[in-house]
Ligand binder design. Structure first.
Ligand code: BEZ
Length: 211
């Protein structure tokens, strides 16, 4: 099954490195990041999971719960976590889903047979508290993801969920944002009292409204 932006993220039960979980129960009212990696005890994946653990406070600040997944067993995950903690100088506390029968991988279309018949690619889903899929990124096994970019997109998703704005290329938290085109230029001052600039009738910017 393929999943697209705006779809409801499928719920599931799974065995993980921290025990059995129900996905929706685990997420509760938080945002979620569900991401797959190809295999335990592999170098790029070791750095990715270490980096995710190191960013624990950044995810918590944004009210985001993280889950990883691969087609390895929970026992394998537990052994590998020790290596991640040792080599990446961190503490992996988020669950890693054990999906040896590929139930969740199939539900989330994480196996791309022309890349690998058996292993999950580097899929990543950001899920909002109403359980909608807000971001999908897919990287090949050879390229580790940029988790600063994941946090940057979450900042944009959380901002644009609450204000009639969009974020420009390379935007980071605190920079000016774009007023969406459904807001008439004459209505901007009432909605965005910090000021605005009209660069073109279709390109209006304002300071980030929640800063
Ligand atoms: C890695 O994490 O280094 C990796 C995993 C599977 C294939 C290639 C690289």
């Amino acid at each position: 099954m393929s999943i697209r932006l705006g779809d409801i993220a499928p719920d599931f039960r799974a065995t993980t490195s921290i025990g059995e979980i129900d996905f929706y129960e685990y997420l509760g009212d938080s945002w979620g990041v569900l991401f797959s990696h190809p295999a335990d005890y592999t170098p790029v994946c070791t750095t990715e999971l270490g980096r995710t653990a190191a960013l624990k406070d950044e995810f918590a600040k944004r009210n985001v719960k993280v889950l990883a997944l691969s087609v390895d067993s929970a026992e394998s995950h537990k052994g590998w976590i020790s290596d991640i903690n040792e080599t990446q100088n961190t503490s992996v506390e988020f669950p890693i889903i054990a999906d040896p029968d590929r139930t969740v991988a199939t539900l989330y279309d994480m196996i791309h047979p022309n890349a690998s018949e058996t292993l999950t690619v580097r899929s990543l889903f950001v899920i909002s508290p109403d359980k909608k899929v807000k971001l999908i990124i897919t990287y090949p096994a050879s390229t580790g993801r940029n988790f600063n970019e994941v946090l940057r997109v979450i900042d944009s998703l959380q901002l644009t969920a609450n204000y009639s704005v969009a974020t420009p290329a390379d935007w980071t938290d605190g920079e000016d944002v774009i007023v969406v085109n459904s807001i008439k230029t004459e209505d901007i001052p009432a909605k965005f009292p910090k000021g605005h600039q009209v660069i073109k009738p279709y390109l209006r910017t304002t300071p980030q409204p929640n800063k």
